[in-house]
Design a protein around this ligand. Sequence first.
Ligand code: 5GP
Length: 215
Amino acid sequence: MKRFPIILSAPSGGGKTTIAKRLLETRKDVGYSVSCTTRPARDDEKEGQDYYFLSTSEFLAKQQRGEFAESAEVHGNLYGTLRSEVERVLKLGQHVIMDIDVQGAMQFRSAFPESVLVYVLPPSGEILLDRLRGRGTETRETLKRRLLSALVELQAVQRYQYVVVNDDQIRAAANVSRIIDAEGLRRERLQNVERDVRSIIERLELELDTQSEGD
Ligand code: 5GP
């Protein structure tokens, strides 16, 4: 089966990172594309694992060289997905799970049209607010910026193929896993369908020939 990218988008605090982590823990056929960003690393984040943390000039140089499959400014920082990262994971025989914002998702789909787009919806406004406040790493200013971009990101849900409500992270990750399995069975992703169907047809035709010889 051909492997494909799975894009998870959600308003900030929607819980998509946890879903992506869970899928990476539970499925060997899923790998992660590490993005580049110009935002500073948080205390618990590691270079090359959570992100490649770049200066603005390093980021812009990569952008100019066409190294990004998509890039966007999110909450005042630059983020981008390296084509080489996506291709590295696909070559390993894994689906690529990506946690990218709405603008980036649309650009990415133009670069990789076989991508599957999943929108992770928080179960309610109150819960989204709690999650945004609960992060604890935001200043008043950045929290306000995140709220405003969440409003914009919520409008984009119509452009996604699937919606998963994140009322329970285990259930939500299981639903994304089902989407991956079902998408993997699409005819165009299966490698030997034409050959297999031809071989079945040949067998039936042979049977018909044998029968008409007996008539
Ligand atoms: P955070 O800084 O909290 O890790 O992520 C902030 C936002 O940036 C999230 O909505 C996340 O999905 C988005 N993001 C992370 N990586 C990328 C990327 O490579 N490209 C784009 N367009 N958005 C990204």
